[in-house]
Write a protein that binds this ligand. Structure first.
Ligand code: ZN
Length: 90
């Protein structure tokens, strides 16, 4: 059966009607066209990982700041409590 390659448009004879491409390189190139080249995909993955890491670091810094603020509040409350107790005892 004569078919037309979905990538290069060349006619080819196929015994399997499920075939879309004339050769393996057209199959691979069509896949790159759909999904990007492996190097580009790796680059995109790396960028995403870096962004995720940055976001994680920002969240961690925010959490540390909150904890520090809470600790400071707690220290102030404790100090006040001690002063009040001292006043009551004297
Ligand atoms: Zn082809």
């Amino acid at each position: 059966m004569l078919m037309t390659c979905a990538h290069c448009g060349r006619e080819f004879s196929a015994t399997n009607l499920n075939r879309k491409y004339c050769c393996n390189s057209c199959n691979v190139l069509a896949s790159y066209a759909r999904n990007g080249r492996p190097a580009e995909r790796a680059e995109a993955r790396k960028r995403f990982a870096a962004d995720a890491k940055k976001l994680g670091a920002a969240r961690l810094a925010e959490a540390k700041k909150q904890i520090a603020t809470e600790a400071k509040k707690l220290a102030t409350v404790r100090k006040k409590a001690i002063t009040t107790k001292d006043l009551l005892l004297t």
